[in-house]
Design a protein around this ligand. Structure first.
Ligand SMILES: Cc1cc2nc3c(=O)[nH]c(=O)nc-3n(C[C@H](O)[C@H](O)[C@H](O)COP(=O)(O)OP(=O)(O)OC[C@H]3O[C@@H](n4cnc5c(N)ncnc54)[C@H](O)[C@@H]3O)c2cc1C
Length: 155
């Protein structure tokens, strides 16, 4: 796997950005000069992969070393060893196709009176509340819609 850590900047812009940071932190060691560009824990990784001593002073960094940093930032290589175990999983990808569900009521378009909500739907997002929100919202809508239909039948 190859990751571009700075997709918004082309090579030239990234070089300019680095030069600006190096100007700002010219008296610091390289390990303390990338704080504006990278999360703290990524700094030693990027420096090590660029084969530069972290204690090297910024004003001593050569053009080639700057190039090496840019290459690492734009082409971070990682090896995928395999998926994590199922016990660590947090959401199911796949499920009932949204095309077969009325999004205004969560009722199946194929079977009347059948409603879907949450994990059973083909909806999945990153962790951080998206899946819980999807489950709450579709659950609420499905419940309200089913109750409404039922009360309409009763009356
Ligand atoms: C470890 C973990 C961490 C997570 N972290 C996050 C997170 O940080 N943010 C986020 O947004 N989402 C997170 N999720 C995902 C989120 O919890 C789910 O997407 C959400 O709870 C789905 O809600 P649901 O009601 O559709 O399904 P569920 O919560 O799975 O509820 C289904 C219920 O149905 C019951 N059930 C199953 N079969 C039957 C049956 N035959 N008869 C009767 N009852 C039955 C089950 O016991 C269960 O209580 C996480 C999930 C896990 C597992």
């Amino acid at each position: 796997m190859e990751i571009n850590l700075k997709p918004a900047l082309d090579e030239q812009k990234l070089d300019q950005r680095l030069k600006r940071d190096f100007q700002k932190y010219q008296r610091k060691q390289l390990q303390n000069a990338l704080v504006d560009l990278l999360p703290q824990r990524l700094i030693p990784v990027v420096i090590s992969l660029s084969a530069i001593a972290p204690t090297k002073f910024v004003h001593q960094i050569t053009k080639e070393e700057r190039r090496a940093i840019i290459k690492t930032l734009r082409n971070l290589k990682m090896t995928v060893l395999g998926p994590r175990s199922l016990s660590e999983a947090i959401v199911t990808a796949g499920g009932v196709s949204l095309q077969e569900v009325n999004s205004g009521t969560m009722e199946s378009k194929l079977i009347q009176g059948l409603y879907f909500a949450g994990e059973v739907l083909d909806v999945d997002g990153y962790t951080g509340g998206f899946n819980l929100q999807a489950a709450f919202s579709t659950g609420y809508l499905a419940g309200e819609s089913a109750a409404l239909k039922l009360s309409a039948k009763v009356h």
